[in-house]
Design a protein around this ligand. Structure first.
Ligand SMILES: [Zn+2]
Length: 72
């Protein structure tokens, strides 16, 4: 039963699965048009006006621009 888990173990589990998901979806972003996760085509490292790093690319299915926040 999940509620019986100690909280630190729950956090550990959450962080581990997040880390795995991050690695698996390294170069993927959410396409607003397809409403699905897609692999970024022609990924480019860019920086937003507020100074945050991001990756910009194109959806391989519909060609819409897509962004992924965070370093490449
Ligand atoms: Zn798309």
């Amino acid at each position: 039963m999940i509620l019986a888990w100690p909280i630190d173990r729950y956090y550990w589990y959450l962080l581990t699965s997040l880390e795995i998901a991050k690695r698996r979806f390294m170069m993927q972003a959410y396409c607003m048009k397809c409403r699905a996760k897609r692999e970024i085509k022609d990924p480019k490292a860019i920086t937003f006006k507020n100074g945050r790093p991001a990756t910009q690319g194109v959806c391989p299915v519909c060609g819409t621009k897509m962004f992924r926040i965070g370093k490449t």
